[in-house]
Design a protein around this ligand. Structure first.
Ligand code: UD1
Ligand code: UDP
Length: 360
């Protein structure tokens, strides 16, 4: 049996192609939701839009400190794997670098259940990020390392991982983008909804704990957006992650009224906004990838990235959180030729991963 574990917005979006591949090949699996994300717009909307089956289990762990969340997921997943009699011939699949991923992988590996890590081998080399700890530890307890690119494979090899465990599959985000971009253009109309025109607005997301939980960095990001508005005078659309909303309120940060703070969007609306943006500013991992795939210039509000491929092909620049640097990088990026190539694969990663697991 295969247990597919997910718990947050990006995991739902990036596991969808793997789930679809299981359905297509009639492979039996359990779908386990940890409930790390639970608000409608961070969770259920993606199940509806991507037409995913209801999870067989939902642990409802909710929010909490890293220790609390990780511990609840660990004990919850362990119970399910024991109840469902998972053993050495079975596999748990996790995707990415969240607390759900590490705790799910740890529960499985202690029960000698094989672990498959989708999106293995990413490194920011910045251990202040909780995700860096999660991804390194998960790689180490995995039996199948599904590296999205040759670069991530190289990283794993350089850290001493056995080459027999590493499979370059592309990133399943390409599958999700390709499978949904046309549906998005047909089904949703963000331009009328937000009163904007194609190619004439900036799109922003920010939620990294090391950015938005630190008042100087969050203020720096907002300061950068204000400078950009003063220069370009076009709408800045900012679908706001619940963590960021909480911190803006806590720090009592005042935003320029020209920055449109809106609720987090579903995948279809977000994709349509992203594909037609003049430029994207983000600290998200998935959004850096999507902008690169969609050939939309990206400025990353971080000092490092575990997606260096986006920078190498010419689709992304790192800016950190200094307003003047953000402003300069936007000006550099905005006129760049968009003819870079997508480094994340051909959109068949979900099927490739399932074929590898099935030994075909
Ligand atoms: C988590 C992941 C991060 C990932 C992100 C995707 C970890 C350590 N972090 O960060 O890697 O990039 O998800 O979005 O696993 N909240 C809600 N509703 C929800 C979920 C959260 O209101 O459905 C609020 C709560 O106030 C919560 C806060 O957001 O305390 C942060 O949620 P949490 O899951 O701890 O971390 P994220 O910042 O979402
Ligand atoms: N996303 C979305 N609605 C939004 C913002 C993001 O559907 O309002 C999607 C986006 O398309 C991408 C994923 O969420 O696929 C990225 O998730 P997030 O930024 O929360 O996490 P990260 O990728 O940084 O782990």
């Amino acid at each position: 049996m295969i247990a597919i574990i997910l718990g947050t917005r990006p995991e739902i979006i990036k596991m969808a192609p793997v789930i679809r591949a299981c359905e297509k090949e009639n492979i039996e699996y359990h779908l386990i939701h940890t409930g790390q994300h639970y608000s409608y717009e961070m969770d259920k909307i993606f199940f509806q839009e991507l037409e995913l089956p209801k999870a067989d289990y939902n642990l409802d762990v909710g929010s909490g400190t890293h220790g609390e969340q990780t511990a609840k997921i660990l004990t919850g997943i362990e119970k399910i794997l024991i109840k469902e009699r998972y053993g050495r011939n079975d596999m748990v699949l996790v995707e990415g670098d969240t607390n759900t991923v590490f705790a799910g992988a740890l529960a499985a590996s202690k029960l000698h259940v094989k672990v498959g890590h989708v999106e293995a081998g990413l490194r920011s080399y910045f251990r202040d990020m909780p995700e860096e700890i999660n991804r390194i530890l998960t790689d180490h307890i995995s039996d199948y390392l599904f590296a999205p690119t040759e670069n991530s494979k190289k990283i794993l090899l350089s850290e001493g991982f056995e080459k027999e465990k590493i499979f370059v599959t592309g990133n399943t985000i390409v599958d999700s983008v390709y499978q949904n971009i046309e549906i998005a253009e047909k089904k949703v109309g963000v331009f009328e909804k937000f009163g904007i025109e194609r190619k004439n607005y900036f799109l922003v997301t920010a939620h990294r704990a090391e950015n938005v939980d630190v008042v100087e960095r969050l203020t720096g990001i907002i300061g950068g957006l204000n400078l950009i508005y003063d220069e370009f005078r076009i709408p800045i659309i900012f679908p706001i992650h619940p963590r960021t909303k909480k911190m803006i309120e806590k720090f009592n940060i005042k935003l320029n009224e020209n920055i449109q703070l809106i609720k987090p969007l579903g995948f279809l609306e977000f994709l349509q906004l992203e594909a037609n943006a003049k430029l994207v500013l983000t600290d998200s991992g998935g959004v850096q990838e999507e902008a690169c795939i969609l050939k939309v210039p990206c400025v990353t509000l971080r000092d490092n990235t575990e997606r260096p491929e986006t920078v190498e092909v010419g689709g992304n620049l790192l800016a950190g959180c200094d307003p003047n640097v953000i402003f300069d990088k936007v000006n550099l990026m905005i006129n760049r030729d968009r003819s870079w190539s997508n480094p994340f694969g051909d959109g068949k990663s979900g099927e490739k991963i399932i074929r590898i697991i099935e030994g075909n």
